[in-house]
Design a protein around this ligand. Structure first.
Ligand code: GLA
Ligand code: ZN
Length: 677
């Protein structure tokens, strides 16, 4: 794997370049990313291109043996372009062009913008086509779904709907348009989602608009990819990704890319309360799961984050190095720190880099050097990959449907996924985050949190999986909607009812209020796997409390066994968590949202019943992962806390329980152990 930085030569006079490149070499930088916002410098006037400055810095890096990720600068078109061609600017839901001056505000569907993009890319790629030091191209920057309401998008959306449904009657049926006189009599009545009352808009129509917005982005990305590949067919292509408000369908976005990249900014504040969810490794696993392959971190935490908000705490000692190694432990093949030096001007001057504006290397820079040093001694080869026995399903469409109709205060689709991810991590079980539409038959345990919107095909796959011996976990808010985002007209969990062996008699969206829950005698052992370290003993986490919040499905039983019941409210003693024996396997139904302790102990129980390999004795916040190739296995043990942790770990697998091994880890320390095969 490689370590690098994001660099903005255009922000600093040429005087800086020579010394910067030399300092990067000394610091062990192997790769830099440049150019993603530099359109204004590359085409200062319409049709007048200037790559001379870029040539200079590119050759400096090339001479220094530092590889380059070059970017298409299309996220920030220059000011002259906006002035001359205002039709390239996105239109908001108020029907007005969004104010310019910020970035990312171009409409990806605008033919005129596409034209400008085409010329720019052809010139740029052609110019650098023979440079063998370019490791990859990054297309654009942090692409969101193209949520634009301009006339071009309106027409394209109409075409999208027409192509999908063919007749206007079919559209009316799919959207249930008899509500509020919403029936269309012609395709010309279909518009983008205008208006301040977005929640008054038809959710079925909104889901289609989200699908369309995502498809537009995917198409735009592939348009750029096509232009690059025409000139350099073998070039590796990627785009850097995050979790914006309008998330594109990750799986489609990266279908045509060579690898996934992610911008990783873990929190610098560790929650005091161990009950508080703390699982940013979730994002890393989500990124690995997109292509089920190793990925890159294109931007990595380097200092206090600010600019878009008041500044966060600066990373504690150990965090910068620890989080980079944590990314490697979850499958990153490159980690590029954002950024080499903090900006001195522009909107982001308080989003800190490794070195501050003074250019005097300090603590954060020293830590970065220690990171490159560690990886020199202990290289993590790209051919080592991660193989897990458990998976969590991510459904793009359920995420959209949840965003369109929030279910209860405090309940977010991603938090549900994260909570299960956290529970596997605490139980020493590696977990993959994968597309709900993909094949999950190879796993032992599959959790499908809040599969709000699901179809027969998915339900069929889940049944098949369990019938053959798999362990499947369903939760509240599953099977609620059909593919048109209309409610199903049967008892929930709808198409999953047979598999779960339960039905929802009524539900209570309790929100943030905590409620007691009781585990049935002998049904599962609380915290049997989690080791509570000395420090954790003083905290609420050790108090053995089990409770739930947000949502309570009051369950009726068909064939399932009851594992836990509600401990209060008018449905005291009603089933809350169940297990249904189905074929050779088991299907769990979790009708509520357990607190962290409850979640960890439930997953611990499922891991035990499923016979999944795990590490016993991990203190809270310590993470274990493995990368392996045919030649070797690399074990990563990471203390993701700011306290020293002592532990005695045992491996449990099909051969039984291993001997205990003692470990001690400093705050944010990563222990790397190599095992030759
Ligand atoms: C994102 C962007 C960067 C920068 C950082 C900090 O990750 O890709 O260009 O703006 O956020 O805000
Ligand atoms: Zn548009």
């Amino acid at each position: 794997m490689k370590i690098g930085v994001d660099y903005y030569p255009e922000h600093w006079g040429e005087d800086y370049w020579k010394e910067d490149v030399a300092a990067m070499s000394r610091a062990g930088v192997q790769i830099v990313r440049i150019g993603e916002f530099a359109w204004g410098m590359m085409e200062p006037e319409e049709g007048k291109f200037d790559f001379q400055w870029l040539d200079k810095i590119v050759s400096m890096f090339t001479e220094a043996g530092i590889e380059i990720v070059l970017c298409t600068p299309t996220c920030t078109p220059p000011q002259w372009m906006f002035e001359k061609y205002p039709e390239i600017i996105q239109v908001g839901t108020d029907g007005k062009r969004v104010p310019i001056g910020i970035r990312g505000h171009r409409c990806m569907n605008s033919p005129l913008f596409r034209d400008k993009v085409k010329t720019m890319i052809q010139k740029l790629v052609h110019h650098f086509k023979d440079n063998e030091n370019i490791a990859a191209w990054q297309i654009d920057n942090e692409l969101e779904a193209n949520f634009c309401c301009c006339p071009v998008c309106a027409e394209k959306f109409r075409e999208y709907v027409k192509k999908k449904y063919k007749t206007i009657e079919k559209v009316n049926e799919a959207y249930g348009n008899d509500v509020w006189s919403g029936r269309y009599t012609s395709f010309s009545q279909i518009n983008p989602p205008f208006g301040t009352h977005q929640t008054w808009l038809n959710p079925s129509y909104m889901l289609d608009f989200n699908r369309f917005a995502s498809e537009s982005t995917v198409e735009y990305l592939n348009f750029q990819a096509g232009l690059i590949r025409e000139i350099v067919p073998q070039m590796k292509l990627t785009t850097n990704n995050w979790l914006p408000e309008n998330i594109p369908d990750f799986y489609k976005l990266f279908e045509n890319m060579d690898f996934v990249s992610y911008d990783n900014y873990p929190t610098t504040v560790i929650p005091e309360d161990p009950e508080e969810l703390y699982s940013h490794a979730f994002h890393l696993d989500l990124m690995r799961g997109i292509k089920r392959k190793n990925f890159w971190i294109m931007e990595e935490l380097s200092g206090s984050l600010g600019s878009w908000m008041p500044m966060t705490a600066t990373p504690e000692p150990g965090m910068i190095k620890g989080y980079a190694l944590q990314a490697a432990a979850h499958g990153a093949d490159a980690v590029l720190h954002f950024r080499w030096r903090t900006a001195k001007s522009g909107a982001e001057m308080f989003w800190h880099g490794l070195i501050d504006q003074s250019n005097i290397p300090g603590r954060r820079f020293e830590e970065f050097c220690s990171l490159t040093g560690t990886l020199k001694e202990n290289p993590v080869p790209e051919e080592t990959e991660i193989h897990n026995q458990a998976a969590i399903l991510y459904s793009t469409e359920s995420e959209y449907a949840f965003k369109i109709q929030p279910q209860v205060e405090g309940m977010h689709y991603f938090t549900q996924l994260k909570a299960y991810h956290d529970a596997f991590t605490a139980n020493g079980v590696g977990v993959d985050m994968i597309d709900a539409n993909s094949d999950f038959s190879g796993y032992r345990i599959v959790v499908a949190p809040a599969l709000f919107l699901a179809d027969e095909e998915l339900a069929g796959r889940a049944e098949e999986f369990v019938r053959k011996g798999g362990h499947f976990v369903l939760t509240n808010r599953s099977g609620v909607k059909d593919e048109n985002n209309q409610c199903v007209c049967r008892a929930l969990p709808g198409i999953f009812a047979d598999l779960a062996g339960v039905y929802v008699t009524e539900y209570d969206p309790v929100g943030l209020k905590k409620q007691r829950i009781r585990i049935q005698k002998d049904s599962w052992k609380q915290g049997s796997i989690l080791c509570v370290s000395a420090e954790d003993k003083d905290t609420a986490f050790a108090r053995d409390e089990l409770c739930c919040s947000l949502w309570c499905d009051i369950l009726g039983i068909e064939t399932a066994d009851v594992l836990a019941v509600y401990g209060e409210n008018f449905y005291e003693n009603a089933p809350a968590v169940t297990r249904n024996h189905f074929g050779q396997g088991e299907c769990y139904y979790v009708g509520t949202v357990l607190n962290r302790r409850g979640m960890i102990s439930l997953i611990g129980e499922i891991v035990r019943v499923a016979g999944a390999e795990h590490i016993m004795g991990l203190p809270l916040g310590v993470e274990y992962t493995v990368r392996e190739s045919e030649k070797e296995r690399i074990h990563f043990l990471f203390n993701n806390t700011n306290r020293k942790k002592k532990m005695e770990l045992r491996r449990v697998n099909a051969y039984g329980m291993g001997e205990p091994v003692k470990y001690e880890l400093e705050p944010f320390e990563m222990q790397i152990e190599r095992q030759m095969l």
